[in-house]
Design a protein around this ligand. Structure first.
Ligand code: NAP
Length: 251
């Protein structure tokens, strides 16, 4: 195995689908060992078989980002199998159509727990592990263009979670710099990417074609390539946020 990430270990959350799965492929192509988490084990097993077939070192664990013990366990697995984590990609996340005047609390709670709290817990666990080993690690948050403006009237709570991710990116950067840490933090903020996101957001399978069929949207691999670029900059360069829209996207 050759590549910029040989000898490094990456934990990828949300690896069963979309951007997380594409990132797992991209990072293993660059030589990283990967530890993959998501709830759907059948998807993780298929991906691990695919990546393992190409010679990659892969470990998987059923991980519900709403369960702290699962998230902590993902990093224990990284330590047991590969000695620790060098790169964390926080790709687990979801949006739900959930108007502020009428949506059930549970929809808001799920977005907040996965997109914000789960991401913060995973980040803390990664930092603990990196600091314990003195590793100059890298945390990447898969944020959104919804961290930069409200995309639609029914997506305010989703946008609120991504505005929070933007705050957590800059807040962590300040915290790390205050103690002169070599750990870096970056965000990648996509516009429309063809994944399962639209179907989950609307709760209808047809939403996929409705959302992604209007014009050529980004592919998950485009965001994975941006993530690889972010984590392979020299140690003195900390990419803050990469905003990527499909060329034809208007808002
Ligand atoms: N697609 C877009 O247009 C777009 C645009 C901007 C930002 N994003 C962001 O990109 C990230 C990845 O989304 P995607 O587009 O790749 O969508 P996706 O195909 O639906 O993938 C979402 C991933 O998150 C995981 N996930 C959801 N809830 C979880 C939970 N409770 N515990 C653990 N994992 C959970 C899913 O795994 P399981 O269901 O197997 O647990 C899946 O692997 C999200 O943060 C999303 O906000 C997407």
């Amino acid at each position: 195995m050759s590549g910029a990430l040989v000898g490094r270990t990456a934990v990828v959350t949300g690896a069963s689908s979309g951007i997380g799965a594409a990132t797992a492929r991209e990072l293993t192509r660059a030589g990283a060992a990967v530890v993959l988490g998501a709830r759907r084990m059948d998807r993780l097993e298929a991906l691990a078989a695919e990546l393992g077939g190409s010679g990659a070192a892969v470990a998987i664990a059923a991980t519900d980002m709403r369960r702290e013990a699962d998230v902590v366990g993902l990093f224990a697995l990284a330590r047991e199998r590969f000695g620790g984590v060098d790169v964390l990609v926080n790709a687990a996340g979801l949006g739900k159509r959930a108007p502020l005047g009428s949506a059930p609390t549970e929809l808001w709670r799920e977005m907040l727990e996965v997109n914000v709290l789960g991401l913060a817990i995973a980040t803390r666990e990664a930092i603990r592990d990196m600091e314990r080993r003195g590793a100059a690690g890298h945390i990447v948050h898969v944020s959104s263009m919804a961290a930069h403006r409200i995309p639609s009237p029914d997506a305010a709570m989703y946008a609120a979670t991504k505005f929070a991710v933007r705050a957590l990116t800059e807040g962590l950067r300040q915290e790390l710099r205050a103690r002169q840490s070599a750990i870096r933090v970056s965000a990648v903020s996509p516009g429309h990417v063809e994944t399962e996101f639209a179907e989950v957001f609307a709760g209808r399978p047809e939403a996929r074609t409705e959302t992604y069929g209007r014009f050529k949207v980004l592919e998950a691999g485009d965001i994975a390539a941006a993530i690889l670029w972010v984590v392979t900059r020299p140690p003195y360069a900390e990419v803050h946020d990469v905003l990527v829209r499909p060329t034809a996207q208007r808002n």
